[in-house]
Design a binder for this molecule. Structure first.
Ligand SMILES: [Zn+2]
Length: 258
């Protein structure tokens, strides 16, 4: 995906996150400002006034339409996976969506319960597939490790839900302490650290096609940085990634910064 497309996606995303009231105000100001106030204030000729009015209307309409389109959150969430190279830009909520989307693509029915308000305790996502139930807890943390306390709390939640430990998945961008891993093993929990999550995202994300032969490309790295590399034998197709994604990917694949 090109840089321009990516910027556009981010722009859409930014608008999608505003409330309806904010968007109405932006639309009204754009229309009133560009379309009316500006031409009147500078005493523009009628033809300029008409042009400015059209531009103002178009922009105001664009804002409103974009916001409405973003209201269709399901498709918007699917988009997240396609262009989110730098997971660190995601809020905790968006991180949950991303994790949910990964499981959805792996064939689970995903229910985003959200842990902040509900009585669900430590449950962020509820997964269902062929009669099986799985609870997922997401911790977006990237700079410190998930410890024993979080693991035990999650174990308690599973117990309250009358589910075995094997029905629990704990996801973080960071990593787990050794003690936490040992506890999780006893409980039967599945742990996904930044590296695991990254591998899963990489598996389910829509592949970027090679610019030469259109084969799927894979994320790869060398001492010089990160790039997408064509998988076809003998093809040298690749796309270099900027320096900012490199940092994010490094954190995703090597754990937290030391
Ligand atoms: Zn190729």
């Amino acid at each position: 995906m090109g840089r321009l497309t990516e910027s556009y996606e981010r722009f859409l995303w930014a608008i999608g996150r505003q409330s309806g009231r904010v968007v109405s105000v932006i639309a009204a100001v754009t229309y009133g400002g560009v379309g009316l106030a500006l031409p009147l204030a500078f005493d523009w000729s009628v033809s300029w006034l008409v042009t400015a009015n059209m531009i103002g209307t178009s922009f105001a309409g664009l804002f409103a339409l974009t916001w409405i389109a973003n209201g269709v959150q399901a498709s918007y969430r699917r988009k997240l996976i396609e262009w989110t190279t730098d997971l660190r830009h995601l809020s905790a909520q968006e991180f949950e969506w991303l994790v949910g989307e990964v499981f959805r693509r792996e064939g689970w029915k995903v229910d985003e319960t959200g842990s902040q308000t509900g009585p669900d305790g430590n449950v962020d996502l509820r997964l269902a597939r062929k009669g099986a139930r799985v609870l997922v807890q997401c911790k977006r943390w990237e700079s410190w490790l998930v410890g024993v306390d979080e693991i035990r709390a999650f174990g308690g939640t599973l117990l309250r839900e009358r589910l075995p430990g094997t029905a629990g998945i704990f996801v973080t961008l960071s990593d787990f302490t050794d003690a936490a891993r040992a506890d999780a093993k006893d409980l039967g929990l599945t742990l996904l650290d930044g590296r695991d999550l990254y591998a899963r995202v990489e598996r389910v994300r829509t592949q970027e096609p090679c610019p030469i032969c259109e084969s799927p490309m894979k994320l790869d790295r060398s001492p010089h940085g990160w790039w997408f590399r064509c998988l076809a034998p003998g093809c040298s197709g690749k796309r270099n990634l900027g320096s900012e994604p490199a940092l994010a990917v490094q954190i995703l694949t090597e754990g937290p910064e030391k």
